[in-house]
Design a protein around this ligand. Structure first.
Ligand SMILES: Cc1cc2nc3c(=O)[nH]c(=O)nc-3n(C[C@H](O)[C@H](O)[C@H](O)COP(=O)(O)OP(=O)(O)OC[C@H]3O[C@@H](n4cnc5c(N)ncnc54)[C@H](O)[C@@H]3O)c2cc1C
Length: 400
């Protein structure tokens, strides 16, 4: 009987793993099981175009005819409820069982729930699926007052989109700065300034202490005594991995399925990729990159490992965010104390460089995404450019 690979999940990692398996010559049975009602779609637009465009359309990860052309069985609207390791089967909620020889878990994550905020009912929102975006978009009418809890990438993108829809936004963040987890200090400061200039009330170093809903109005009392009144509340405070199937099947998990750097889980023949996976590092710590590019990269890694092929070349991590007119792209290492700036962000274009012991370890571009390719090379090969040339916009990156 032909080898069967089953992929659980209907997002970026699941779709791209199917594509990589076929691209690498796997010609056995390939089935993708997704609990969403539609084929895999791009999630990044949900906080951007899906809230801003007049007629937002879902962007499919793969062309609609790809599945049939590549003989991949795409089953949407089906939820996997159990993994049977002894018999190598997955069980659907309906009781139907499917056999696998190799299994990929690409079940992603959900917004980390905050029950005290959910208790307000339908004035509270989170954003992960297309249905969440449609519900939020309908609620973000001009003049509505919105509290956003969480000043990470999603919170800031929501603030920008809501402001552009003429809503009044107050954003509450526990930490002293926004995007503290993944942007370097100069970029955090510049983004905070952008939001303030667009009228967002940034309430950093703060948290909601009391929350009531009366007559359709939300009243939030913050730790510093500020009172915020609003019509809607949306929160984005991190993710919770959809790892319960793996945990129930006895795989090693810890808010994510633990994998090695080939996406192999603790169980033979079972792999995990994307937001659900946490990679064990050489020092024993666990790391997860919750980005679109990582979902693609781990999909390729898992496919290669399943087929016994060498892993694709490792490249510096990359992600982006769009807020107002700013397209900000991050590549490589964001931790570091020595950031150099090229260009003037207030004029709309800049690059920030992270020099670690003289070598280029990371960079952030503002509206200069075309430079990412060159920056990737400089970072990958740990180039040691002259700091004065780095800061000088007249010196082409290729000359560094
Ligand atoms: C609003 C938003 C904006 C973003 N913007 C950016 C951005 O600008 N740049 C960037 O780099 N990254 C961004 N990201 C992150 C990026 O989209 C994610 O890292 C990526 O989508 C992860 O892909 P994934 O396939 O691992 O998980 P997911 O996309 O979450 O897919 C998991 C899939 O598995 C399904 N599933 C779960 N359990 C089961 C089950 N038991 N049975 C069947 N199916 C199941 C889920 O319904 C879902 O379809 C954004 C994310 C969100 C939510």
């Amino acid at each position: 009987m032909a080898e069967q690979i089953v992929i659980i999940g209907g997002g970026q990692a699941a779709a791209m793993a199917a594509a990589a398996l076929r691209h690498n010559g796997f010609d056995g049975g390939l089935t993708l099981l997704s609990d969403e009602p539609c084929p895999p779609y791009e999630r990044p637009p949900l906080s951007k175009a899906a809230l801003l465009d007049d007629n937002p359309a879902l962007q499919p990860v793969l062309p609609a005819d790809w599945w049939q052309q590549n003989k991949v069985t795409l089953r949407t609207g089906v939820q996997v409820s159990r993994i049977h390791r002894a018999t190598r089967q997955v069980e659907l909620l309906t009781g139907e069982c499917l056999r696998w020889d190799q299994l990929l878990l690409a079940t992603g994550a959900k917004a980390r729930p905050l029950p005290a905020l959910d208790a307000l009912g339908d004035v509270t929102f989170t954003l992960r699926h297309t249905g969440d975006a449609a519900r939020l978009r309908a609620a973000l009418q001009p003049g509505k007052r919105l509290i956003i809890v969480g000043g990470g990438t999603i919170g800031l993108e929501l603030a920008a989109s809501a402001t552009q829809r003429q809503c009044q936004v107050s954003l509450v963040e526990m930490a002293p700065e926004v995007m503290g987890r993944n942007a370097p200090p100069p970029v955090r400061a510049w983004l905070a300034q952008q939001h303030r200039q667009h009228g967002v009330e940034l309430l950093v170093n703060n948290r909601i202490e009391q929350l009531t809903l009366a007559g359709g109005e939300i009243n939030a009392l913050l730790q510093d005594g500020t009172q915020c009144r609003a019509d809607l509340l949306v929160y984005g405070v991190g993710i919770l991995a959809n790892d319960h199937l793996a945990a129930d099947a006895g795989l090693e998990t810890d808010n994510g399925i633990i994998v090695d750097n080939h996406c192999r889980t603790s169980a033979a023949g079972i792999f995990a990729a994307g937001d659900v996976a946490r990679v064990r590092q050489p020092d024993g710590s666990l790391a997860r990159r919750e980005t679109w590019e990582n979902a693609n990269r781990q999909a390729r890694l898992a496919a290669a490992a399943m087929l016994g092929l060498p892993p694709p070349e490792d490249t510096p991590g990359w992600f982006w965010t769009d807020q107002y007119q700013a397209n900000v792209q991050f590549i490589g290492e964001m931790a570091g104390d020595n950031w150099l700036q090229r260009g003037d962000p207030d004029q709309g274009n800049a690059i920030w460089f992270n020099l670690v012991n003289g070598a280029l370890a990371g960079a952030v571009t503002l509206n200069q995404g075309r430079d990412i390719r060159q920056l990737r090379k400089l970072i990958q090969y740990a180039c040691r450019p002259d700091p004065a040339s780095l800061a000088d916009p007249s010196v082409p990156l290729k000359a560094l």
